[in-house]
Design a protein around this ligand. Sequence first.
Ligand code: S3P
Length: 445
Amino acid sequence: MHQVAPTPAAFKSVGALSGRVRVPGDKSISHRSLMLSALAVGESRVEGLLEGEDVLATAAAMRAMGADIKRGDDGCWTVQGVGVGALLQPAQALDMGNSGTSTRLLMGLVASHPISATFVGDASLSKRPMNRVIEPLSQIGAEFSASPGGRLPLMLRGICPAVPIEYRLPVASAQVKSAVLLAGLNTPGITRVIEPVPTRDHSERMLRGFGADLMVEQEADGTRIIALRGEAELRPQQIVVPGDPSSAGFPTVAALIVPGSDVVIENVGLNPTRAGLYEVLRQMGADITYLDQREVGGEPVADLRVRASTLKGIEVPPDVAPSMIDEFPILFVAAALAEGRTVTRGLEELRVKESDRLSAMAEGLRAIGARVEETEDGLIIDGTGGEPLAGGATVATHLDHRIAMSFAVAGLAARDAVTIDDMGPVQTSFPIFTDLMRSLGAELR
Ligand code: S3P
């Protein structure tokens, strides 16, 4: 699973981008579809699963705990679940690669089963904080032996029966919310998560779809209270995974900043807890039209028509952050080409993603000629007003797929090529990225 030698690549400016493309399945939904299918009794089918390294790490872990997971020749995946409460003790350490979502959600699952598991990951994942899940899962009775600072590698001893808890999220994190809810599946009684700031709700939607007894109340101030009745019985499902709006962000911004471009990106999930990037880009003046709006697998979806646009810098409201938390790197690229100043705040969580995305983006953007100030919790960017960036530099991706793809896109709007030190991490979420960008007319050396 780990990248052995780095694979550098240079992206350079080209003529207008055009064509129709389809981005791979949503990563968050793909993880959850495998986990819940593995806990249902009987056979589920998943169509449109993202076949990236992160999701394959989840598949391998669920197999190691008893599920039978296969890819059919038609590209559909079938999962024979073991039932809630029946996960098996994995024989070896679970290798989570680069995937924070696999790690934190699976920690939730293991925590309320009578099994132990060791979680290991790559250099990036081994730096990321796990105390945010260790804390609530300790309250249900699970035991942990983690590396210093609450990091991987860590050993988790689950508890059965676990104690149902009411947990108020101290950070806006769908991963923490989901870890607690997944632990609640095999916990007697009601597990409650109180979410002061709404985050992506794929777990709630899918748990309901699988037949779990889950209630969501929304208070006047926006706080959400999610209650799940434990010792759930999940029924197998047929799942269709919509295209990933996070992945679609890269061709979207590319089409906006390369003059003359006109591109359609099909089948993009637009769940309101994920669609912040598109709203913010439209506020900046982006020409993005939602075509053929419909539902796929219980999620709103549209085809996006994106035409090159003159973007204007804005102050991004901090409350939009959870609905575009993974999209700030590519938004920063759009801002670097916009007219005037873009100010972002309230983004301290970006420092604990696959890399410290505030410093990685500030450093890389400066190297290719953008004007950027890094603050504690955001970036302030003075755009070129549509003039190309200088480019002509190599940027460090720090094992972070979204940093790699953001600078690949920046290279398309730079005078001299932008070299990415390692495109390997792109395999985690968007394996066809380079081919897809090429099919739109992008040039790669
Ligand atoms: C995810 C939640 C977000 C996001 C990550 C996927 C999920 O993480 O950044 O890429 O699938 O639940 P946080 O919960 O840490 O914000």
